[in-house]
Design a protein around this ligand. Structure first.
Ligand code: ATP
Ligand code: PAF
Ligand code: BAL
Length: 283
């Protein structure tokens, strides 16, 4: 596996691969890799000739300076994991390499970004769209892999691909969980053992909500039940629990038969912010 640290080196390599007719897979990450990331890399290796993994803790998508400062950074350990998973090239740029001057691009994804993560984290999706666009230009992937754990991010990137006519296939990969149901996340490393013991309640609340959807409880009753379950845990601060249409991401007030709904939440446990979701189908 080669490690590339400059945009110029990455561009030269991807141009060569394109000329040779190699199919390029891209897995963008912020590092502190876990099994969720590695499954994306393995999936990319299965379907592509070469796989680029980027590790870049992107400052422009953080609205909270402490969250950015405390984000786990483990580049050496990450590099060890990537070769065996099938990564061909690790792109590990500095902030100055990615942003030689302050980022000024402005994206507007309309109603898709005015809810949930977009509403709670001002500027977040502008930063995501900026860095993902740059990565798409530098890597010129045939396929780009993203996790469903970041459900709204997938919807935003899908819109970005369409709006800017990126010639690539977007692959949304299912959420990988710990044995107790907690969605794998780099931020899980920051949980204390007490917080880690409580954290599976997030998935339990989602499972309860899914069951209620299947029982045709009203959307507001689903929200209320989830909020009540999470409210029983003093260390959990719920930011939102939403029942959203899985395509438009807008809050659901009435079920449509056959509709897919995304049950999405964000919560802080002991000061660590986690997100999770389940997609359920209305009978
Ligand atoms: N548990 C998981 N299952 C599947 N994909 C995942 C999982 N966790 C992260 N991903 C995906 O990996 C890519 C990189 O995510 P990122 O590096 O932010 O990791 P993360 O674990 O989501 O970290 P955090 O949520 O703490 O920022 C994203 O497309 C993300 O959706
Ligand atoms: C897609 C991404 C790598 C952009 O920084 C990030 O938002 C993430 O890790 O999900
Ligand atoms: N995977 C989500 C990226 C973020 O929280 O900024």
């Amino acid at each position: 596996m080669q490690i590339l640290q400059t945009a110029a080196a990455l561009q030269a390599q991807t141009e060569t691969w394109r000329r040779e007719g190699q199919r390029i897979g891209l897995v963008p990450t912020m590092g502190a890799l876990h099994e969720g990331h590695l499954q994306l890399v393995r999936a990319a290796a299965q379907h592509c000739d070469v796989v680029i993994v980027s590790i870049f803790v992107n400052p422009t998508q953080f609205n909270n300076p402490d969250d950015y400062r405390l984000y786990p950074r483990l580049p050496e350990a990450d590099a060890e994991l990537l070769g065996p998973a099938g990564c061909t090239a690790l792109f590990l740029p500095t902030v100055e390499e990615m942003y030689p001057r302050p980022a000024v691009l402005h994206f507007d994804f309309g109603s898709l970004e005015r809810v949930m993560e977009g509403a709670q984290r001002p500027g977040h999706f502008n930063g995501v769209a900026t860095v993902v666009s740059k990565l798409f230009h530098l890597c010129r992937p045939h396929r780009a892999y993203f996790g469903q754990k970041d459900f709204q991010q997938v919807a935003i990137v899908r819109q970005l691909v369409q709006d800017l006519s990126f010639d690539l296939e977007l692959i949304a990969y299912p959420t990988i969980r710990e044995a107790d149901g907690l969605a794998m996340s780099s931020r899980n490393r920051r949980l204390t053992s007490e917080a880690r013991a409580v954290a599976p309640v997030l998935y339990q609340a989602l499972q309860q909500a899914e069951q209620l959807v299947h029982e045709h409880a009203a959307p507001d009753a689903v929200r209320t039940a989830a909020t009540a379950m999470l409210g029983q845990q003093p260390s959990v601060t719920l930011e939102y629990f939403e029942v959203a249409d899985a395509v438009t991401l807008q809050p659901v007030t009435e079920w449509q038969p056959g509709q897919e709904v995304a049950l999405c939440l964000a919560a802080q446990i002991g000061g660590v912010r986690l997100i999770d979701n389940i997609v359920a189908k209305v009978a």
